[in-house]
Design a protein around this ligand. Sequence first.
Ligand code: SF4
Length: 381
Amino acid sequence: MNQNRTREIKIGTIIIGGSHPVVLQSMTATKTTNIVATAETCQHLTEAGAGIVRIAVDTQQDAISLREIRKRTTANLSVDLQENYRLAEFVAPYVDKIRYNPGHLHHAEPEISWQKKVERIVETARKYDCALRIGVNCGSLNPPDAARDLTFNNTLDNALDSTLDSALNSALKHADFIDSLDFRRFCVSIKSSDPATVILANRRFAVLRSDIPLHLGLTEAGMPPEGVMKSRLALEPLLSEGIGNTLRVSLTVPNERKHEEIEAGKLILHNVKHGNILTVTDWTPDRLNIISCPSCARVENERFVALAQQVRAATRFMKEVPLTVAVMGCRVNGPGETDHADIGLWCGAKSVNLKRGTNLLGTFSYDEIVQKLLKELEQFQ
Ligand code: SF4
């Protein structure tokens, strides 16, 4: 594979970018406070071939747990920060990379500018010898970017372009800002649950900032085998063009099957190496599109993966209907990602929110949600 030459970024014992091979990644989905289970998952994923393992940290207790996890695994660790950017300084001594999501920086302390928050993350990374990832997600964009685009676009077709532009702008804006702080050790990801958006956004970024390593991924790819196929559709064309230095295949699987993300990543690299590239014309998906997040430590209820499987089984009879159903594990990307789906379910601790587009239809228990969903789907048959 002949990747575009970007800057080299050291992450623990590995380097991404330059002429280095594409690195595979995965993420833990056990509670971060469950130190034993999380450390074991990190170790299993590393043995399966993960060059980097990501862990979500949202609280001080998570940060304290990370210190113990660090002692129990040899994995190169990346930490996933969302709202609480101040946690960076508590976790940085124990990890090799920090990922922040520009779209979530506004949640905590809105009176402080995003620039001040990024400055603080960058200074922490510099102090503790960590790399950074600017992790843009189309399901959770900066409100100012999203609002600006909605003003100019009224049709559904334009909505895809506006989301893509907002995501791209957000990535470019943050990359320029971190450069201005004279910090170069960072990569960028622009993810979406739509393969076409992932391809276009990363192609455009690679043209505009060919110096910055890219982390590739399709979010909420869903369950295998469809989730693997959708990820192949997005990632194989990019990698075959020399775009992408590290990747994650996000699959909705139980914790004990997380290694399947690495196996899917290896399949993609093998296919690219042998010119076996999946393109849209080679694949006829069911018209019913089920997107579901891979879950992570933030998942609100352990029944989430089983619920996603139930939704797929219960809706199979509608597979010819052109409809998108989103099933999400928590409030972080749940509300935003379900806004873009025809029908959305996002999980709380004891109940599941059912939405039609942006409208909340109600909140139902885990036992009743599938029946409520089927009732709602009657309108689409
Ligand atoms: S939606 Fe929530 S549970 Fe699912 S992967 Fe994203 S942060 Fe984790």
